[in-house]
Design a protein. Structure first.
Lengths: 324, 558, 133
């Protein structure tokens, strides 16, 4: 009863904007990353850039509802949007509860929107390894905008920062004081700050963010605006969307956008390269079993020997690169 | 209550008995109540030695009301036999109601369908398949006429089990219908459940509004009916713990939830400027009668004492008529099985007995096919006869509160009361009832309770005959009662006819007024009365709420 | 090397809000190492669109309204129309009379779970019957 999808037919259907094909290719890329180059070689003649927005914040701030409200606004303007929502994989079971889609039911049937829920699958930083790949696939598909929604707050958030052009940080009233925010590293990564659930208050949070910003310096002269929204009633969403578009315009006019794009590619290329190296080393120098032996030895009063052991392992190896 | 010297004697004799007991067997079972109160092998005067009969137990109809809320209880009047019922169309439900009335039912209770519950019209294609499948559709005033055709609503009390989101439109339709029939609504008796907790946890509402708006609607309805004297004999609210028990919480939590909810509503009304005695006498409760026989009885008795103390100490109610805890009971649906369903008749009978021995004012007994489908006529009749066997054949009501004085019962009543006070504190620390909802606190309590119970059942710690002991497959023999497939068509046509004859321009103006009222802090009822009289449907009223207040998404507690 | 996880959509067609069962099963599915996409209240079109975009292996329909035949048939018809029926397992849970199980299975439902079903049975059924694509 299982129908296996012919790869070539998937590619041709994808090019005809078939969402089923997009979904299937996402599955392939997420589960078999080694096949990614086979997929993307078919799009080497595609000349399209999407504008990429990251929406981030702690669980419970209303990110998904807000993402849905932002999308509705943009869809009404005729934009096409590819959404990626990432939720954490349970470190105990390896499974995940992906609960973002449920907050966006009202836009789910719009022909110009596609949404995929991803589990982090052990990847750090609040995102998953597949996020870049899928956003690239969305670009090949021709989406005007890509929105990446992730959970998390803190240093780890630097990861989503690398994959998008505009970062929107969502907070809620009662979030905590400025010192906490600074410690969490939030201030450095946001291009826009939004305080959701404004019906519960939030002016004090806004003030604190503004105070923090007063003490910061800004690259390229963009001082992050602070907005307040109620995602459920829609209040403030227009202003938030306007701020996002303003930031986009700012990046494009100041030509900083190219730096962001380069950053995104650098991040992925590094990851691909490291992944290859990791594989080669693991196959020819030091595999998981050997590493475990060294660890066990370290446990057994051998911890000061770690440096010498690894150093020697590599000294004992002759690297020869033969190009075919 | 006992002589000190004699107590010493009992104590030493008891120690001798305990020696005997130690040498005898004890079954390898956990002797605890459902809420995990540990229960000793024996209770004696020693366990109640500090109790004062007059101040702790007293007499029925006298503070602290432990023994009952009226001086004469069932010696004067039996509880109302009120079966929760509704299906298909108002006409079909009317037939079933008449059938039950002819067979001795003494009160009516309308179980509404999911569309009525959520304020959605059958013209919505996403909801249409569910018209009449889980209750009676009451979408417009014509439906209320059909439901009550030839039913003496001035003589028998009617309970409309709708919650705050739709209590205004549905009850307004009912009151308008009654007026048009020539009844004086200031004399009508009945109940609206109007319970904020029912529609927010365990049962997740579809496209409703945030809890603070729901609380406002609930209090608007209470205010308009009772202290504003429009329908002063009506019970505008039943604080309902039943649905929470169905979700897995225990008896202690049940009382905690309903009392915390009651306090929030009372506080809201007092903030509006009313005095406690203006309205509190008509506030009532709806509790479950669950599996643990004695704990449930103790729970009912403890509830009366707790409410009295809240009324006297916290709110300083003066009118003695307002100090009594009055409640309706439903036997526990979650205790019934789809495996070997006839056993459900026994379960329901035992639970009905609990309700009576606990002194309830009104009782619904479940039908045995409840776990499979809506009640068939025969199953509903058996449920009614269950109550009548107790009232007419068992003679347990020859005397009032027969279990009083039992060392075990009095001890357990105290124990439950003490635990409930602690739990009320825990909930109130989170804030008023709508805050405990919007913060997710109640959802977490529900989720944890349900998880705990599920683990108990799957491990066999809690026994469900037919499911985890003597397990058998699902029953396929019992007839499945199916609601009419024609209901969708009938109800859509009913609304179309109504829309054709009503003055749409006039209604539009009234609905605009409603928009206005929603934005302010005015009571919605007067406008809703006007709107439903002019033919507004339940969906049209609720769409205005949605438009003004936005659609709330309940927190997901996984 | 495949990092493939089984993906399950949990959905309630219609508006009846009895969600306890659906939420408990969702949790169990996550705890069993699968990825559970929570759809919540969805109409038939939204269910199918979600199943397609999320490329799920299983659709779980939670139905307590008595309207199980109507909804199930609509979901199956639409999945077929979109050409994705063959690769998706459909499971039903809720207040569904045992008498109706056989007909539902004929319609294309893989299994039906009535009240009191053991959650681990559902999880095991999925794991046994979903093979590597």
């Amino acid at each position: 009863m299982k129908v296996s999808y012919d790869f070539d037919s998937l590619i041709s259907r994808f090019k005809k904007k078939d969402k089923i094909a997009l979904a299937k290719l996402i599955t392939i890329i997420e589960n078999e990353p080694e096949k990614a180059h086979e997929v993307f070689k078919h799009f080497e003649d595609v000349k399209h850039d999407s504008y990429i927005i990251g929406i981030t914040g702690s669980p419970g701030v209303g990110k998904s509802t807000l993402t849905g409200a932002i999308c509705k606004n943009l869809l009404d303007e005729g934009k096409s949007i590819g959404i990626i929502c990432v939720d954490p994989t349970s470190p105990f079971s390896g499974g995940a509860f992906l609960g973002d889609r449920v907050r966006m039911t009202n836009i789910s049937l719009h022909p110009n929107v596609f949404m995929r829920s991803l589990a982090s699958r052990g990847y750090k930083g609040g995102i998953s390894r597949a996020v870049f790949d899928i956003s690239l696939l969305y670009e090949a598909f021709g989406m005007d905008l890509i929105i990446i929604e992730t959970v998390g707050v803190g240093q780890a958030e630097f990861d989503v920062y690398n994959l998008v052009y505009t970062v929107v940080v969502i907070l809620v009233p009662g979030y905590g004081d400025a010192i906490q925010m600074q410690k969490a590293g939030i201030i450095e990564i946001g291009d826009i700050y939004d305080i959701n659930k404004k019906d519960l208050g939030g002016e004090d949070v806004a003030v604190q963010i503004e105070m923090m910003l007063d003490d910061s310096t800004f690259q390229s002269g963009w001082r992050p605006p602070v907005t307040m929204t109620n995602a459920i009633s829609g209040e403030g969403v227009n202003d938030l969307v306007q701020n996002i578009m303003d930031h986009k315009e700012h990046l494009e006019l100041s030509e900083t956008i190219d730096e962001k794009k380069k950053n995104r590619f650098r991040y992925k290329i590094r990851e691909l390269v490291y992944s290859k190296i990791d594989k080669i080393i693991s196959e020819s120098v030091l595999d998981e079993k050997e590493i475990n032996e060294i660890i066990n030895h370290a446990l057994d009063d051998g911890k000061f020997k770690i440096y010498r052991t690894i150093h020697n392992k590599f000294e004992d190896v002759n690297f020869e690169i033969k190009k075919r | 209550m006992f002589d000190k010297e004699y107590l010493e004697k009992i104590k030493s004799e008891k120690e001798k008995w305990e020696e005997l007991y130690k040498r005898s067997r004890e079954r390898d079972v956990k002797f605890v109540t459902d809420s995990e109160i540990p229960i000793k092998q024996l209770y004696t005067p020693l366990d109640v030695k500090d109790k004062e009969y007059l101040s702790d137990i007293s007499f029925p109809g006298i503070p602290p009301y432990t023994r009952g809320v009226y001086p004469n209880m069932y010696r004067g009047r039996l509880w109302t036999m009120r079966l929760f019922s509704g299906h298909g169309t108002p006409e079909e439900t009317n037939k079933r109601w008449k059938f039950l009335y002819e067979n001795g039912e003494t009160g009516f209770s309308a179980a509404v369908d999911a569309l009525t519950f959520n304020g959605i019209d059958p013209t919505n294609p996403d909801a249409a398949p569910e018209v009449g499948t889980s209750g009676v559709p009451l979408y417009c005033i014509d439906s209320l006429f059909a439901l009550t055709e030839d039913i003496p609503i001035d003589k028998i009390s009617v309970a409309l089990v709708v919650e705050p989101f739709t209590s205004a439109p549905v009850c307004a339709m009912y009151f308008n219908m009654a007026k048009m029939r020539g009844y004086d609504i200031s004399q009508l008796t009945g109940t609206t459940q109007n319970d904020i907790l029912t529609m927010t946890v365990g049962y997740i509402p579809y496209k409703n509004c945030a809890p603070n708006h729901i609380l406002r609607l609930a209090c608007d309805f209470i205010e308009w009916t009772v202290p504003m004297k429009n329908v002063p004999r009506w019970h505008p609210i039943n604080f309902t713990g039943y649905n929470y028990r169905e979700g897995g919480i225990d008896a202690v939590q049940e009382l905690g939830f309903v009392f915390a909810s009651a306090c929030s509503h009372i506080d809201n009304l007092i903030e509006r400027g009313w005095k406690i005695d203006d309205f509190v006498g008509r506030l009532a409760f709806h509790l479950a009668a669950h599996k643990d026989f004695f704990e449930e009885i103790a729970k009912f008795r403890a509830a009366r004492r707790i409410w009295y103390k809240l009324m006297k100490d916290k709110y300083e109610a003066k009118d003695p008529k307002n100090l009594g805890f009055r409640f309706h009971v439903q036997t526990a649906g979650s205790s019934l099985t789809a495996q070997f369903p006839k056993v459900n008749i026994v379960r329901t009978a035992i639970q009905a007995l609990e309700a009576n021995l606990g002194g309830c004012q009104s009782l619904h007994t479940n039908s045995y096919d409840e776990a499979i489908c809506l009640p068939s006529e025969e199953a509903a009749l058996i449920a009614l006869r269950t109550q009548q066997v107790i009232s007419d054949e068992s003679r347990i009501h020859n005397t009032i509160d027969p279990l009083a004085g039992s060392y075990f019962i009095e001890w357990l009543t105290d124990e439950v009361e003490e635990r409930v006070w602690k739990y009320i504190d825990k909930i109130q620390k989170v804030g008023s009832i709508d805050k405990s909802l919007s913060s997710g606190f109640l959802y977490k309590e529900m989720r944890d309770a349900f998880h705990k119970r599920r683990v108990k059942i799957e491990s066999g710690d809690e026994i469900m005959l037919g499911v985890n002991k003597y397990s058998v497959p699902y029953d396929t023999v019992t007839d499945v009662f199916r609601t009419s497939k024609e209901a969708i068509k009938i109800e859509v046509q009913r609304i179309e006819k109504l829309k054709a004859r009503r003055d749409n321009a006039k209604l539009e103006k009234i609905l605009d007024k409603l928009r206005n009222v929603c934005e302010k802090e005015e009571n919605v009822m007067p406008v809703v009365m006007e709107a439903t009289k002019e033919g507004a449907t339940v969906g049209e009223i609720c769409d205005i709420y949605r438009e003004i207040w936005g659609i709330w998404e309940p927190p997901l507690a996984i | 090397m495949s990092d493939r996880k089984i993906r399950v959509l949990m959905s309630k067609p219609g508006i009846d809000g009895h969600w306890r069962g659906g939420i408990v099963v969702s949790r169990a599915i996550r705890d069993a190492g699968m990825e559970l996409i929570f759809g919540g209240f969805q109409n038939v079109q939204q269910i199918v669109e979600a199943a397609i975009q999320e490329d799920v292996d299983v659709i779980g329909l939670s139905i307590h309204s008595g309207a199980h035949f109507a909804y199930t048939q609509e979901v199956i018809d639409l999945l077929k129309e979109r050409g994705v029926l063959d690769n998706i397992m459909i499971l039903l849970g809720g207040v569904i009379p045992a008498k109706d199980f056989a007909k539902l299975k004929e319609m294309g439902v893989a299994n039906v779970y009535g009240p009191g079903s053991i959650v681990s049975d559902i999880v095991n059924f999925i794991k046994t019957h979903i093979k590597e694509k």
